[in-house]
Design a protein around this ligand. Structure first.
Ligand code: FES
Ligand SMILES: [Fe+2]
Length: 457
């Protein structure tokens, strides 16, 4: 990647998120609002990272076979023997609950290679459908047909254990890492769990789960959610109430976050909409209709939305919600765990994951989950709704108003891929500050993929 030599001007002349939250009735606590700015810089990222098969093959070897990655939620493995398949860049893994905790095996028979499992499910052992080689849930070999035909099995049974990937759990998410020498998940996540402790991700359940196929590289899809600068262009309905150039971006090692403020317009809106109009737009209230929540002239749209959100959550979380600041109730806390996982913080409920579709570099699977807080008995886990390339997000009514936003974001993605494949410019350019999350991830990709492959761009 190439870094710009042009001098960098100061960030937005408007009120940035870091200062905006200080003016709230219930300000965001200091440890959650302290800036951890990635040194501002405008960089050029080579298009080949999105368009080349060769780069994808390097990612498969140096990234996907080495890095911690979110495979599923613990609730997807409710009982001993429950398992899910986790497919990534042509590889397939079985994540299974055993009597000794959650384990992960490479989904391939050690006889002649058939995938051991084709679908998620529950089993008491792994029996290959081809010739019947069978492994126990702990990965040890239990049965071979015609054992005298396989003299090497008995001479070294340990060599016939199913190869394993490492497993780690955080916040109810199950992570795997195919690299047996990898650092523990806790070290990889660094200080992130501390920030999320306030939001109690263990007591959340998958209320909605939608995955969509897209004709673009997984990073093209992901980067559509890495910044707020596209609000005016892509989501014009939100321009009066979601900030763009005044968002926060902070980096904590392998984790970064981008926060778009709510109840404040984008910078280039021709005129100030005023607080009542901002509130109307946020609530999608038409001309002549009454506001469904109280608004006093002494407060702001942001205050009113925060108060209303607090009361809404009170029915689930009780008076614990009084500890939440206004920013946690109304802003867009988009956290990203390198390389492909976005568990939004605070009370947003949103989780994204981006993966290559099979082993293809120019197609991806984009998943959206609603991870909703609960108290008492855990509500049932939503089944995955699968949308094909040409299905519309609006079919997933469980995503409510987010479906329209996803439609708008997805509209750009395949066009970006096409543009990157046809452009004569060999690179894309990032903005200095607001697109820091994109730059952060590509800097890590340089470390993980490019340097380990002994390559430079
Ligand atoms: S390939 Fe699995 S038993 Fe033969
Ligand atoms: Fe968007």
């Amino acid at each position: 990647m190439t870094t710009s030599e042009v001098p960098i001007r100061r960030r937005t002349p408007g009120l940035s998120w870091y200062d905006l939250v200080l003016e709230d009735q219930h300000p965001v606590p200091e440890d959650l609002r302290s800036p951890r700015i990635y040194p501002p810089s405008s960089v050029e990222i080579p298009n080949e990272r999105y368009t080349s098969r060769e780069w994808h093959v390097l990612e498969r070897e140096h990234l996907w076979r080495k890095v911690w990655q979110m495979a599923c939620r613990e609730e997807h493995l409710p009982e001993v023997g429950s398992y899910v398949l986790y497919d990534i860049a042509g590889d397939s893994y079985i994540v299974v609950r055993t009597r000794d905790g959650i384990r992960c095996y490479v989904n391939a028979c050690l006889h002649r290679g058939r995938a051991l499992k084709d679908f998620d499910g529950r089993c008491s052992e792994f029996r290959c459908p081809f010739h019947g080689f069978t492994w126990r849930l702990d990965g040890t070999l239990r049965y071979t047909p015609a054992p005298y035909e396989f003299p090497t099995v008995d001479s070294d049974r340990a060599a016939w254990n199913l190869p394993e990937a490492k497993v780690g759990v955080w916040g109810g998410f199950v992570f795997i890492n195919p690299d047996s020498t990898a650092e523990p998940l806790e070290d990889f996540l660094g200080e992130m769990p501390q920030q999320f402790a306030r939001w109690d991700f263990e007591h959340r359940y998958v209320q909605a789960h939608v995955e969509k196929l897209l004709r673009c590289n997984w990073k093209v899809a992901q980067e559509a959610f890495d910044e707020g600068l596209h609000v005016g262009g892509t989501h014009p309905q939100s321009a009066p109430y979601v900030g763009d150039a005044n968002g926060a971006v902070d980096v904590y090692g392998n984790v970064a976050r981008q926060i778009s403020p709510s109840g404040t317009p984008i910078e280039d809106l021709p005129e100030d909409p005023g607080e009542v109009e901002i509130l109307r737009r946020m609530l999608d209230v038409r001309e002549g209709e009454d506001l469904p929540i109280p608004f006093s002239q002494r407060t702001t749209a942001r205050d009113s939305m925060a108060d209303a959100a607090r009361e809404r959550w009170r029915s689930v979380l009780g008076d614990d919600i009084d500890r939440a600041s206004d920013g946690e109730l109304v802003d867009h806390w988009n956290y990203a765990v390198f390389p492909n996982f976005h568990p939004w913080g605070a009370f947003n409920r949103i989780v994204y994951r981006f993966r290559p579709n099979g082993d293809l570099h120019d197609e991806c699977i984009f998943e959206v989950m609603f991870l909703t807080p609960y108290r008492g008995e855990q509500p049932p886990t939503a089944a995955v709704r699968r949308l094909g390339f040409d299905d519309r997000w609006s079919e997933a009514t469980e995503l409510q108003t987010l479906g329209l936003v996803m439609e708008q974001d997805s509209f750009n993605m395949e066009r970006v891929q096409q543009g990157l494949q046809t452009t004569r410019r060999p690179c894309i350019t990032t903005s200095t500050f607001q697109e820091s999350m994109i730059r952060w991830r590509h800097d890590l990709l340089t470390e993980w993929v490019e340097k380990r492959a002994g390559r430079s761009s």
